[in-house]
Design a protein around this ligand. Structure first.
Ligand code: GCO
Ligand code: MG
Length: 403
């Protein structure tokens, strides 16, 4: 089954998505998500200029071989751009394999190991009252797990809080990134009050999660983790920039709050120490940024050996194709933990028609052959690419800090 076409479509139905479309000689079409938020065109070029020409004439059925051909064949290893490009090819080939077999991808991966995929949504607020309103709204929608973020008083543009209610909280328009303000002591005093308030209002019947977004030192992270313990968070996410994997030994020494890390990782090598030393509880690598279904399953298999569970990244900057692929994997692995589901707003549904469902806090990828996503290229053409940036973070004295 030869590949006859491979093309990249960059569209912006509300936010930018890079979609790889692969076609075979018998007319089967598969799609993969190649979106790297804020660096979209770099992956589009990697695919268009370097990968798509190599795919023409290859056998679409040889997923494993193609993965190694692209990974080892590039000589230059890993990195978000390369691994997102490989992921898009890998996912599109799994889609094609499923469509050809007339089976949903989760059946090809061994079949369901559970009935549904537990997901968490995002509640946020400029104030704790607003956060509680949003938390209540999530409960009304059926969520059983909710991430909570609130604006730190005195810090304009705190991570995770949309400018307007209901708006996307990250991408900014304009020629330069938005600049947010940060000061660790203000955050460290405030963060425990956020969880305290949510537990006081809503009790302990819902999982509550919190994202630190890479901003603390290991010592500060240990202190925050300990302060959050009485509120029993499901996890504390990205407490420190985790390219320093050994730093987590220090955090672990000071708190039993579960730790989740990995949305910016792109290979198994980025989390090898975190997993094998049991320094984290949840690994957040995603299908689209960690080399596709083929490589992500390897990460999760390693994690399984060490009692680490999955908790894949699922922010709105990952397209519905990535969301569908994530759900197929989540449904099948033994060490599934939770899946992030921020949802997609605006005209995204015109471009990507999905068969996944949400009910009562759980999602299911559906039983359509392949991934269960129809990508409408004509609709995508109505929403051309718009340059956007992720914000930059500065401390009050002007020093650039991790965002
Ligand atoms: C999350 C993430 C996202 C990222 C975003 C960057 O936990 O969902 O932290 O919000 O910031 O995906 O592109
Ligand atoms: Mg995060």
């Amino acid at each position: 089954m030869r590949i006859t076409d491979a093309r990249v479509v960059v569209s912006s139905p509300g936010r930018n998505y890079v979609t790889l479309v692969i076609e075979t000689e018998d007319g089967v079409i598969g799609v993969g998500d190649a979106t790297l938020n804020g660096r979209e065109l770099a992956v589009a070029s990697y695919l268009r200029d370097h990968v798509c020409p190599l795919l023409l004439g290859r056998d679409a059925r040889r997923i494993e071989d193609t993965w190694h051909y692209l990974y080892k064949g590039a000589y230059w290893r890993r990195g978000p751009v390369t691994m997102t490009a490989i992921a898009a090819v890998d996912v599109a080939l799994w889609d094609i394999k499923g469509r050809t077999a007339g089976m949903p991808v989760h059946q090809l991966l061994g079949g369901p190991a559970r009935d549904g995929v537990l997901v968490y949504g995002h509640a946020s607020g400029g104030t704790l009252d607003e956060l509680c309103e949003d938390f209540q709204r999530h409960l009304g929608l059926g969520y059983r797990a909710v991430r909570v973020q609130a604006a730190v008083p005195g810090l304009e543009g705190t991570y995770g809080i949309p400018g307007e209610r209901g708006a996307v909280y990250e991408p900014a328009d304009g020629p330069r990134p938005r600049e947010d303000l940060w000061e660790t002591p203000l955050y460290l005093d405030f963060a425990p009050t956020v969880l305290a308030r949510v537990r006081e209002e809503f009790g302990y019947g819902t999982h509550v999660l919190h994202d630190v977004h890479h901003r603390l030192t290991p010592g500060e992270a240990g202190r925050l983790g300990a302060a959050l313990e009485p509120y029993r968070p499901f996890w504390m996410e990205d407490p420190t920039p985790a390219e320093d994997q050994a730093a987590f030994r220090l955090i672990r020494r000071h708190t039993t709050t579960p730790l989740a890390v990995g949305e910016v990782f792109n290979s198994i090598w980025d989390c090898q120490q975190l997993i094998t030393e049991r320094l984290i509880d949840y690994i957040r690598t995603s299908v689209s940024h960690t080399g596709g279904i083929t490589h992500l399953r390897r990460v999760f298999s390693l994690a399984e050996l060490y009692g680490v569970r999955s908790g894949s990244h699922g922010a709105g900057d990952l397209s519905p194709v990535a969301m569908a692929a994530a759900l197929h994997v989540d449904l099948t692995i033994p060490n599934f933990g939770i899946q992030e589901y921020m949802g997609h707003t605006g005209p995204v549904g015109e471009v990507f028609r999905t068969s996944y469902t949400f009910s009562d806090g759980y999602m299911h990828p559906g039983d359509a052959p392949g991934l269960g996503v129809e990508f409408d290229e004509e609709a995508a053409a109505r929403y051309p690419y718009e340059p956007r940036h992720l914000p930059v973070n500065r401390r009050l004295d002007g020093t650039v800090h991790d965002w």
